[in-house]
Design a protein around this ligand. Structure first.
Ligand code: IMP
Ligand code: MG
Length: 192
C-alpha cells in the first residue's frame, strides 16, 4: 500500500529561521564552561538549582550534566500576561517550588533576560524566603532591552535585540526543540 507522506510531514521549522545566532557546538562548549564555573564555586557546599519553566528546561538538562558537584534541582513556572514577542512586566506564578529554600545556596537558571521584569519579580519573591545565597545564571542576555537593573552572576551569551527561538526558547510555544538558537524570521509573526 502506498503511503502519502505529505499527510504526515509538516513544514520544515528550520525554514522559519532567518539566521542561526548560536550553533550547537558553540552552545555545548559554553554550557560546559558554565558547568565548570558552578562546580568550582560550589565545591563542598550545598547547592540547589531552580529552573524557570519552560524556556530554561533544555539548558538546565545540559547544564546539570556539566556540573560535577552534588546538587538538587527544582522547578518554578512564571508567565507574563499576554503572548507574542514582548514581555508586559506583569508576572504570575504558575507553579511554585516543591521544597523550602531557607538557608540553601540557590542558583536561578534562566533562559533569557530581556526587560528583566520577570527575574526582578522572581528574585524578590525568592529573597523573602531567606535562602543563604541567591545567584542567577542565564543562557542568554539582551542587555539593550533592560528596563530594571538586576544582578546576573553568569551569562552564557550576550545577544543583540532580536527575537530568538530554539534550545528551549519559544514563539507561541513552538520551536523549543530546535538544537540551535536562531533569529525567528519576521515573516512568521508579521503573518499573524
Ligand atoms: P523579561 O521579563 O522581559 O526579562 O522577559 C523574560 C521572558 O520573556 C523570557 O523568560 C522569555 O520567556 C521571554 N523572552 C524574551 N525575549 C525572548 C526571545 O527573544 N525569544 C523567546 N522568548 C523571549
Ligand atoms: Mg523564561
Amino acid at each position: 500500500m502506498a503511503i502519502d507522506i505529505s499527510k504526515f510531514s509538516r513544514p520544515d521549522m528550520h525554514n522559519d529561521i532567518a539566521a542561526v545566532l548560536v550553533n550547537e557546538a558553540t552552545i555545548a562548549a559554553r554550557v560546559h564552561e558554565l558547568g565548570a564555573a558552578i562546580s568550582r564555586e560550589y565545591a563542598g557546599k550545598d547547592l540547589l538549582l531552580i529552573s524557570v519553566l519552560k524556556g530554561s528546561v533544555v539548558f538546565m538538562a545540559d547544564l546539570v550534566r556539566a556540573i560535577t558537584v552534588p546538587h538538587e534541582i527544582d522547578f518554578m513556572a512564571t508567565s507574563s500576561y499576554g503572548s507574542g514577542t514582548s514581555s508586559t512586566g506583569v508576572v504570575r506564578i504558575l507553579k511554585d517550588l516543591s521544597i523550602s529554600i531557607e538557608g540553601r545556596n540557590v542558583v536561578v537558571v534562566e533562559d533569557i533576560i530581556d526587560s528583566g521584569h520577570t527575574l526582578h519579580y522572581l528574585l524578590r519573591l525568592l529573597r523573602d524566603r531567606n535562602p543563604a545565597t541567591l545567584r542567577v545564571m542565564t543562557l542568554l542576555d539582551k542587555p539593550d532591552r533592560r528596563e530594571v537593573d538586576i544582578p546576573v552572576d553568569w551569562v552564557g551569551f550576550s545577544i543583540p535585540n532580536e527575537f530568538v527561538v530554539g534550545y528551549g526558547l519559544d514563539y507561541n510555544e513552538i520551536y523549543r526543540n530546535l538544537p540551535y538558537i536562531g533569529v525567528l524570521s519576521p515573516s512568521v509573526y508579521s503573518a499573524e
